[in-house]
Ligand binder design. Structure first.
Ligand SMILES: [Zn+2]
Length: 330
């Protein structure tokens, strides 16, 4: 499976990237307006996010009278060259869905040490976190799966010591209460995400984390794999059908060219994103960019696999029927 870096413009959700959300007309598949994130004003900035070539934007102030691409936007906003803009958009250090929290740490080793320590403590706390254990069990996850995934629990909101986390002393490292989900790849800790019991955002990515595909290790001995939006769905699918790969990547993120080796063994990737507008749009974009992707059929109930399980659905049955459909399509 090949990922074409030139597809980046088509994969980016330009509304999310620019923060513009007011629809003003239906030209070009829908046009949105607002102040320019680069030069201000009130409605000088226009976005047509759903064009056949991907999203494009226009600014009466700084746009030199023509339409621009998402990559142009990042080049101008961050004052970086084309290559760096592409790297930013493809999400290794800045997943598109959560830009403000993604600060690249200057000292990865320190971050790793602090994150590993925090995770070890969270794993100990998890043993007493009855509500969290219960919450995960209700989503179909066996304790064995949770332990293998090294899931932990952080009992209270607090701030870490930024210096110990490899950040500058003036930065804040917030560690909210909740279920701690680590993403490892080849024994390396890539990110820590915390599922908070309440509050927005529901899922918080700990500062200094690296955006990465979750569960890529399960692709190693598989020919077919599922790609979900959430870690819990990926874990539930893998627990149910271990012979098939199961990973997750938040909607709106593209598959980074550096992850290519992870995808190499996979002949068929079934994308099972959430059945809401954002998930469906993100799935369509991935399918356009990567020919070997197949879209999963609609779940009989629920917007994702966990919800399907909770509504009494038979997860194994659904996964197997997806594999059957794949065979049938060949
Ligand atoms: Zn402007």
């Amino acid at each position: 499976m090949r990922v074409n870096a030139n597809e980046v413009n088509r994969m980016v959700d330009l509304l999310q990237l620019t923060g513009i959300n007011k629809k003003v007309s239906s030209s070009g598949g829908g046009e949105y307006a607002g102040p320019c994130p680069l030069c201000g004003g009130t409605d000088r900035f226009r976005v047509q996010p759903f064009g056949p070539e991907g999203g494009k934007w226009f600014c009466r102030g700084c746009g030199e009278g023509r339409w621009h691409s998402p990559i142009d936007f990042v080049m101008m906003r961050d004052k970086v060259d084309f290559k760096n803009a592409v790297a930013k958009l493809t999400g290794v250090s800045t997943p598109i869905n959560q830009p403000p929290q993604q600060v690249k740490t200057n000292d990865k080793d320190k971050w790793n040490e602090a994150a590993t320590k925090f995770l070890s403590e969270s794993k100990l706390s998890f043993l007493d976190a009855e509500k969290a254990i219960d919450w995960l069990a209700k989503r179909g996850l066996l304790i064995e799966t949770v332990c293998n995934a090294q899931i932990g629990f952080n009992p209270e909101d607090h701030y870490g010591d930024p210096v110990k986390w490899g950040l500058s002393p003036t930065e804040k490292i917030w560690l909210p209460r909740g279920i701690v989900i680590p993403c490892f790849h080849d024994q390396q800790l890539k990110y820590l995400k915390i599922r908070r019991p309440s509050g927005d955002p529901k899922y918080y990515i700990v500062k200094g984390s690296t955006g990465f595909i979750y569960g890529g290790n399960t692709f190693k001995n598989a020919l077919t794999a599922f790609l979900f939006e959430s870690e819990f769905d990926a874990l539930l699918a893998y627990q149910t059908l271990p012979g098939v790969g199961s990973a997750s990547l938040p909607a709106g993120n593209s598959i980074h060219p550096e992850w290519q080796p992870i995808f190499d063994p996979i002949q068929d990737l079934i994308i099972a994103y959430d059945q809401d507008a954002e998930g469906l749009r993100a799935a369509e974009k991935l399918i356009e960019a990567i020919p070997a992707i197949h879209k999963a059929g609609t779940l009989p109930q629920g917007k994702d696999l966990s919800e399907y399980f909770q509504s009494g659905g038979d997860v194994l049955d659904w996964l197997l029927s997806e594999l059957d459909n794949l065979e049938g399509a060949k």
